[in-house]
Design a protein around this ligand. Sequence first.
Ligand code: DON
Length: 306
Amino acid sequence: MKWQKILNEIRQEIQPELGNGKVANYIPALSEADPKAFGMAVVTTDGEIFTAGNATEPFSIQSISKVLTLTLALGFENENLFERVGREPSGSAFNSIVQLEQEGGIPRNPFINAGAIVVTDTIITHCNRQSGADLILDLARKLSCSGRVRVDDEVARSEALWGNRNRSLAYFMKSFGVLKNDPEEVLQAYFCQCALEMTCTELARAGLYLANDGVDPVSGEQVATHAHVNRINALMMTCGHYDMSGDFAFHVGLPGKSGVGGGILAIVPGVCAVAVWSPALNKAGNSLAGTLALELFSEKTSLNLF
Ligand code: DON
């Protein structure tokens, strides 16, 4: 497959769409991103890397970190994790609180904010002397093979400052007994994971185990079990784009996870991991140009799973 040619074409064809949509502005640190920025990286299971646009510029991965934390939590708890978090699409906004009361404080899935907070709570329970935030950062560095990956402290501080909705979700779940640890400790780790900063190349490299049954194909390390990777990819397909998850499956046909920083990680099982970044978002909070670029990618490569 002529990967580089395909990425060059996508870069060209996406140009008129750059800047359409709105950059996240709920915290000042994110609102400063260039709405017309675009980057894309493909890392194949053979370890080859192909890029287009600005694939080496670090951006805030935000909710894409929920894939990494889910991987850690499944490793700690196996299927028991699903006693405290569901696996159905929510059909609601990523930070919605309405379903939680009706459903006994159990979030619909691990990729809405409430679900991700439960996942991070699990990590806090299992991390020994290390802090939850450090454990997550270490995993991101190891998987991306990049010691450059870091938590952007300014974004983490802003998340905490403007995080009253997440605080409400955490305390509400604590009142149901769903959260086991101190909500403030869980939130501190959650705000740091949202503030992880990676490039497209680092992110695609980090996601490669999801394209290879849980084994990093380059290092040979087993990152997750085959069964856990099946679960994670299924959740990415059905819940990875909040209440536009169906639309993403319809147009792109790949497991994917978005973040309000404008990044999306998509997985082609057995073939490659793809990361795109463009900060202007559609109405559900997913990168507008990034989604279109992935639609072009799955069309041009015929890798749409359907
Ligand atoms: O939890 C929050 O509100 C932010 N850190 C946003 C996370 C996010 O990326 C949601 N999704 N697209």
